[in-house]
Design a protein around this ligand. Structure first.
Ligand SMILES: Cc1cc2nc3c(=O)[nH]c(=O)nc-3n(C[C@H](O)[C@H](O)[C@H](O)COP(=O)(O)OP(=O)(O)OC[C@H]3O[C@@H](n4cnc5c(N)ncnc54)[C@H](O)[C@@H]3O)c2cc1C
Length: 325
């Protein structure tokens, strides 16, 4: 028996969310007296793959195949499900990223496993297998009991801590039993979002709304983001009006983020926007309307005109950066 975790990678590198998933799976393995097996798919170097041990993997299974270098949901899901069967896995952990969301239900269907996505707790196995997840766009929680033998958990990124240790683990290269018919779709071209720091990985996010009046004023967001080493985001209307790319749109219908610091500038704080950002550790809202709903969700608020407030904050952030250079 073992706990399997999907070690998602991009360009041969593991994401922060992958390390969180491995650490989570290792903790579940420890609590259930089993082993944590990390499955790396898509030609990740062995030296890189071995890093997964530091985050708790007892064994690393590496599936190398040139066709798996780009993400192919059907093939990745089949590979992961095959390894889960071989390892007699009781729990399969993925991070609830775009790729994780694509493969978790496929793996669950193949293994006839119960699945919970948006997981925010470790399993409570004192009476069954109870797990907590977010519902209604993060406005409430649900405790779900999974009764199937195999269980798929898609954990929420930025929710669980990683602890590095000096552990090492064997890397076993396997052929996951894939055939040409498993590659019915493939990536033709990958266009990466132009932002310097990926939004989902960012510790700090500076975000702008319709209060900024137009794309010509986005220098205020970008300059503060640069000074703080932050990623940039925006509200839905901003991307709908093509002031910013859709890849920056956060909220119920956009990306969900959980940075340590979220700075919202000229954003009203509608419930659909908050659904994607309210789990940020610290929220700062800058809005000229003291009644803006964002102030109820924010830890710190500045009531003021963004065009007056932002240049002062940017100047202060630049000074701070220079002092610590
Ligand atoms: C089904 C559905 C899904 C949705 N999904 C999303 C989603 O994923 N993400 C999302 O963001 N929205 C989403 N929305 C839209 C959401 O309801 C809001 O309409 C949207 O978030 C408002 O964007 P905003 O705050 O930028 O604009 P506005 O509501 O126009 O707010 C602008 C704010 O800027 C302030 N302001 C104006 N001028 C200044 C100034 N000079 N200085 C400082 N502050 C100023 C105003 O006081 C106001 O609070 C969704 C809506 C629906 C119905």
């Amino acid at each position: 028996m073992s706990i399997i975790v999907f070690a998602e990678s991009t360009d041969g590198n593991f994401k922060k969310s992958t390390l969180e998933a491995v650490a989570y799976a290792a903790e579940v393995a420890k609590n259930t007296s089993t082993n944590c097996v990390a499955v790396s798919i898509g030609n990740v170097d062995d030296s890189k793959a071995s890093e997964l041990a530091k985050f708790g993997a007892d064994k690393i299974v590496s599936i190398k195949n040139d066709k798996l270098i780009g993400f192919v949901a059907e093939a990745y899901a089949k590979a992961l499900a095959n390894i889960a069967s071989q390892e007699n896995a009781t729990v399969i952990v993925v991070s609830n990223t775009y790729s994780g969301k694509a493969i978790a239900p496929r793996v669950a269907a193949k293994l006839k496993a119960g699945i919970v996505s948006g997981v925010i707790s470790y399993p409570d196995t004192s009476n069954g297998f109870k797990i907590r997840k977010t519902v209604f766009s993060g406005k409430a929680f649900a405790d779900v009991n999974i009764t199937t033998a195999a269980k798929v958990l898609a954990i929420t990124p930025n929710t669980f801590n990683t602890i590095e240790n000096n552990k090492t683990a064997n890397i076993i290269s396997v052929d996951a039993g894939l055939t040409d018919s498993d590659f019915i779709t493939h990536s033709v071209e990958i266009s990466r979002a132009s932002g310097k720091i990926p939004l989902t990985e960012a510790e700090i996010v500076v975000s702008g709304g319709r209060g900024l009046k137009g794309p010509e004023n986005w220098g205020l967001i970008e300059n503060l983001a640069e000074a703080l080493g932050a990623a940039t985001a925006c509200s839905k209307p901003v991307s709908d009006m093509h002031w910013r790319p859709h890849s920056e749109h956060v909220g119920q219908t956009g990306i969900t983020i959980k940075p340590n610091l979220y700075i919202a500038v000229g954003i009203s704080g509608a419930i659909q926007h908050l659904a994607g950002v309210s789990s940020s550790k610290v929220i700062v809202a800058i809005n000229k309307d003291p009644e803006a709903p964002f102030f109820k969700a924010a830890d710190y608020g500045i009531v003021g005109d963004a065009f007056e407030v932002m240049p002062k904050i940017i100047e202060a952030a630049k000074k701070l950066k220079a002092q610590h250079a």
